[in-house]
Design a protein around this ligand. Sequence first.
Ligand code: SAM
Length: 275
Amino acid sequence: MAQSEQIKALLHAHHERFTGSTGRLFSAFLSDAGLTSYATLAAVLDVRAGQSVLDIGCGDGVLLASIFDREPGVSLHGLDASGAELALARERVPGAALVQGDCTERLPYPDAVFDAVASHLVLMLVGDIETTFAEVRRVAKPGAAFAFIYDDLASDADGVYADLMRTGVVAGLGESPSHFRQAADPRLYDHEALRELCARHDLEIAEHRRFRVSREITCDDDAWALLATSYPLGRLDDEARARARTAVLGRFRERFGASAAVALPLQLIKAYRAS
Ligand SMILES: C[S@@+](CC[C@H](N)C(=O)[O-])C[C@H]1O[C@@H](n2cnc3c(N)ncnc32)[C@H](O)[C@@H]1O
């Protein structure tokens, strides 16, 4: 199913209200190698001076800044649906060419212009990824890399994050979340289906990595902050948010005590445009 108008409206409202929240959250979580997921993706892309990279769903520009930190000579391009996120990205990476646009439609770039295309925590939000992949293939040069990271939260249904999220959703919305992956294209979680989809668009998968980023969360300071700007809980009204907050902090204390290590499971794909 394509990204519905309802989901687009929810995402728009969320990013107006919680602008920069993904970057703030994920910049504080590190992999076993001591890297943020942004730095991990920038390293996998490995773009060189003089090359150009497009970040699809660039948000407030943390990935673009990470690419710049590795190699200031890269030509940086970002596309995002949210004007509020792009305004922050303009401050963070003043040299980047940033465009407001929708990655489920034709991208506003000519054919075969980018040496690399990246996306961080976006593709699980766009519904049917077929058009996006066709467009990536069109705007990427032959041989260009396409590397992306997406969440794999449902693979850790008993983990701290999932436990606290369930608690917050039940307290705030009064319902049990059926699945975190509801809106995502299921092929993201089925390697063979993803390989077939990529192959149809001349994209050959070279690497598929499952990894985690984690950090120590203390009950008082961080437990609610971890969830407050999530998509399910961000849209609650003030009263429901207060209920969710009380329940989350209570659950945290009861199950984990004063602090707990929280891991966020992610998947990373690196593919190349074959021809
Ligand atoms: C979870 S945030 C990730 C932002 C950024 N990539 C990061 O990781 O910090 C998802 C981003 O995808 C953008 N987005 C969602 N659907 C989109 C679409 N169809 N086209 C372009 N951007 C989209 C949102 O506006 C938001 O900035």
